[in-house]
Ligand binder design. Structure first.
Ligand SMILES: Nc1ncnc2c1ncn2[C@@H]1O[C@H](COP(=O)(O)OP(=O)(O)O)[C@@H](O)[C@H]1O
Ligand SMILES: [Mg+2]
Length: 350
């Protein structure tokens, strides 16, 4: 007689390869149904962007196959995103499971480009995703997501986020009359605006809220680290030594503020020729990976320089949608998966 106990016993030999604990103790096995010698169950992953989905499914099947006399096996793969911190109370945004800051040492390294594409990539997996443009000095999310409208206010005086490409959005750029308006801020105004964007926007239920920060280590970074319990921060950098040195300053600042470092993304380190598709390193290759090893933080991936990435940004149609089969899109999707995996790991730690 096949029992639920026997099924769980067999599945307890399967580990989540990132979290390094077994699926049963992680409570990832649900809805076990037994009929004679046949069994079906659901594996509830900690993110729909799990890069190891097929490996976990295969290992579950192999584990079940060891039960003597087992019949038909049906494995359903589902996901429920784990929340990093308590969502309510100080530091949390009600309904938002994970807030992830995207930071860089200096401007122009592709922070906004990476933010936009990671948001789209996560939304494509079925996760609910928001993107907050916290770069109050140079909001570029409206342009890159192809949307520019004044957001509506509901009866409770809360701002309704706009939505594009399956991602909920808020940016100061929606409110400013045009992109060329200079914004001159003092620290307290930045803090106040960011707090409004976090708490007065009706984000609803979000698995991931990505926050595109201004470059450097200024007021926006301080406000966020002090007032929001973030899942962590992603550092975007180009591979030159100089850029890397500046990036590591930001990294140390977040470490000092006790914000987990989710990983480093290298951008524009190699060039893909549009005619022959050959990939050429522009600077010394592998700088981002080396730096992350040196700094002891995870490396999330390296995005090539590709004219289409830039055009996609200018046209408001991210490369992931414009050319989903391009090498840059493949890398961006992998970076999103790696990031989601890291967020799960951090969430289950806390
Ligand atoms: N991988 C890439 N390939 C080609 N162009 C890129 C890439 N990443 C960013 N860019 C371009 O570089 C410029 C700066 O990127 P942006 O995302 O605005 O940087 P940041 O937000 O760090 O200031 C933009 O014009 C963008 O389209
Ligand atoms: Mg930017």
């Amino acid at each position: 007689m096949l029992t639920e106990q026997a099924v769980l016993q067999a599945l307890s030999s399967v580990q989540d390869p990132e979290i390094h604990r077994d699926l049963v103790s992680l409570d990832m096995i649900r809805d076990i149904r037994i009929s004679g010698a046949d069994v079906s169950f659901e594996v509830v992953l900690t993110t729909p962007a799990c890069p190891l989905k097929s490996r976990i499914e295969r290992e579950c099947r192999e584990a079940i196959a060891t039960i003597p006399g087992i019949g038909r096996v049906e494995v359903r793969m589902g996901a429920k995103v784990a929340a990093s911190r308590p969502m309510a109370g100080p530091g949390g945004i009600p309904g938002v499971k994970n807030s992830i800051a995207i930071a860089s040492g200096k401007g122009g390294v592709g922070k906004s480009t990476v933010s936009v594409n990671l948001a789209v990539a996560l939304a494509e997996t079925g996760a609910s995703v928001g993107l907050l443009d916290a770069d109050v000095y140079g909001p570029s999310i409206p342009l890159m997501m192809g949307i520019h409208r004044m957001p509506e206010i509901d009866s409770e005086q809360r701002i309704l986020p706009l939505e594009a490409h399956g991602v909920k959005l808020m940016s100061l750029g929606f409110i400013l009359p045009d992109a060329s308006t200079p914004v001159i801020w003092r620290g307290p105004m930045i803090a106040k605006t960011l707090n409004q964007f976090l708490h007065q926007v009706r984000w609803g239920e979000l698995d991931y809220l990505l926050i595109d920060l201004p470059p450097g280590t200024g007021d926006a970074q301080l406000t966020l680290s002090q007032t929001l319990a973030m899942s962590g921060v992603v550092i975007v950098t180009t591979p030159q030594d100089v850029a890397m040195t500046i990036a590591s300053r930001v990294l140390v600042m977040f470490q000092n503020m006790k914000v987990p470092i989710l990983g480093i993304v290298e951008n524009m380190g190699t060039f893909i020729c549009p005619t022959c598709h050959h990939e050429t390193p522009i600077f010394s290759q592998g700088g981002g990976r080396k730096a992350s090893e040196h700094l002891g933080v995870p490396f999330l991936g390296e995005i090539p320089l590709d004219g289409e990435v830039c055009e996609g940004g200018d046209e408001g149609r991210p490369i992931l949608l414009r050319n989903p089969g391009s090498p840059a899109s493949a890398v961006l999707r992998r970076v999103a998966q790696n990031l989601a995996g890291r967020v799960s790991v951090e969430a289950l730690k806390s």
